[in-house]
Write a protein that binds this ligand. Structure first.
Ligand SMILES: Cc1cc2nc3c(=O)[nH]c(=O)nc-3n(C[C@H](O)[C@H](O)[C@H](O)COP(=O)(O)OP(=O)(O)OC[C@H]3O[C@@H](n4cnc5c(N)ncnc54)[C@H](O)[C@@H]3O)c2cc1C
Length: 362
């Protein structure tokens, strides 16, 4: 991770400082309420800086390696004998290679699964997470964000034992929408992305253990998508509700949103989430909100805004060895398509790891 960070810093000018989410006092307090505080070191890159870094990387690499854009790989054919080459068929041309690294991310997870199956490589489904994003005044989080900027809490619910985690905390940031695979989801934007910080903090509560057995995990992605589609077809996009109304099972009106003490940073459609979000998911999230309220007084306030919805998928886990090599010799998996990594820095680290293992020096 440090190496990945060093590379990003080399290719990006004046990146934001790193911060640690380690806070012993908070950790002890969290444990009293059954919450776990996760420790991470974070450097926020942001969309604009990421573009700059990628462009600088491209300019550095373009005379050293051949980079081919806008070319879909249709099919991979295994080597006949050890010294043969893999055949990589694209829509334009066929390529041959002795070693092959698949780094196809999560967007073509079905394609990756098909390729693995045809190459007789085992894959295991991993499921999906569904989340709702909360927006509250940043001032109530002062003690937490003063020392750590953000906090990652996890919790297992009393009744269902579902696993919930706080995700993507944006102090003084905005709630935004993201468009993925034809669906509109809620997301959060860091305050550094815009010149004007807000008075709010937003973060998602992800229920990531909603599907537990191998049988229902298979349908989890379809289920998560169906929740987003119901939300989208109800409100034309993202829905929002005051927490007080969510508890009462009452539709929040536009008037109530306008008069809410926590002012929304996203123009979402007010509604009653009880009508569109599955009961168990909603109950899990309500339980977590009350537990978090013991740590950070004010989260369970009736003016807290709850936005729906967001999903997170995990690629099927591809069977690889400690070098990230599949059972097909010289075929490696890097990044999220392996089902092992779930973020930019993890994906980058796995790419470097594979590169070093096969003898590419950076
Ligand atoms: C909306 C959104 C927000 C996110 N925010 C964050 C964040 O804030 N922080 C964070 O750490 N992570 C974030 N992530 C996750 C992060 O984007 C991924 O973890 C990361 O991009 C994985 O990198 P990768 O190289 O494995 O795959 P990708 O970045 O997905 O790259 C895979 C590439 O392979 C191409 N490809 C796929 N199949 C084929 C094919 N058959 N032929 C040719 N090309 C193909 C794809 O088009 C893609 O360009 C976010 C993801 C999304 C969707």
């Amino acid at each position: 991770m440090n190496y990945v960070d060093k590379i990003n810093c080399n290719f990006g000018d004046r990146l934001a400082n790193t911060y640690s989410t380690y806070n012993k006092e908070l950790e002890v307090k969290a444990e009293e309420y059954g919450l776990k505080l996760l420790h991470t070191k974070v450097r926020h890159l942001g969309t604009l800086k990421t573009e700059e870094i990628l462009l600088n990387m491209y300019n550095y690499l373009k005379d050293k390696v051949e980079i081919i854009f806008d070319t879909e790989v249709i099919n991979i054919i295994s080597k006949g004998k050890e010294n043969d080459s893999f055949t990589v068929e694209t829509q334009n041309r066929t390529y041959y290679s002795n070693k092959l690294i698949l780094a196809t991310g999560i967007s073509s997870s079905n394609w990756t699964k098909e390729q693995c199956t045809s190459l007789d490589i085992k894959v295991r489904e991993q499921g999906a997470a569904i989340g709702l994003r909360l927006e509250v005044p940043a001032s109530i989080f002062k003690k937490v964000i003063d020392s750590t900027y953000e906090a990652k809490f996890s919790y297992r619910t009393e009744k269902t034992k579902d696993f919930i985690i706080t995700y993507c905390m944006n102090p003084w940031g905005r709630v935004i929408t993201k468009h993925t695979n034809g669906m509109i989801m809620v997301d959060g934007q860091n305050y550094l992305e815009s010149n004007e910080p807000t008075n709010n903090i937003n973060f998602t509560l992800f229920v990531s253990d909603y599907f537990k057995s191998e049988d229902n995990i298979i349908y989890s992605k379809e289920f998560a998508d169906s929740v987003i589609k119901v939300v989208n077809s109800t409100g034309g996009g993202v829905l929002v509700q005051r927490f007080g109304d969510m508890i009462k099972g009452k539709v929040t009106s536009y008037n109530e949103i306008n008069n809410n003490t926590t002012k929304p940073t996203l123009d979402a459609t007010p509604f009653d989430l009880n009508l569109v979000i599955p009961k168990r998911l909603l109950n899990d999230i309500i339980e977590m909100i009350y537990v978090l309220d013991k740590m950070v007084k004010g989260i369970a306030d009736e003016n807290t805004l709850v936005y729906a919805a967001e999903t997170k998928y995990y690629n099927p886990l591809v069977q690889v060895n400690e070098n990230l090599e599949t059972k097909v010799k010289d075929l490696y998996m890097a990044g999220d398509c392996s089902g092992i990594t779930h973020s930019l820095s993890q994906a980058a680290a796995s790419g470097i790891y594979v590169g070093k293992n096969i003898g590419i020096n950076g």
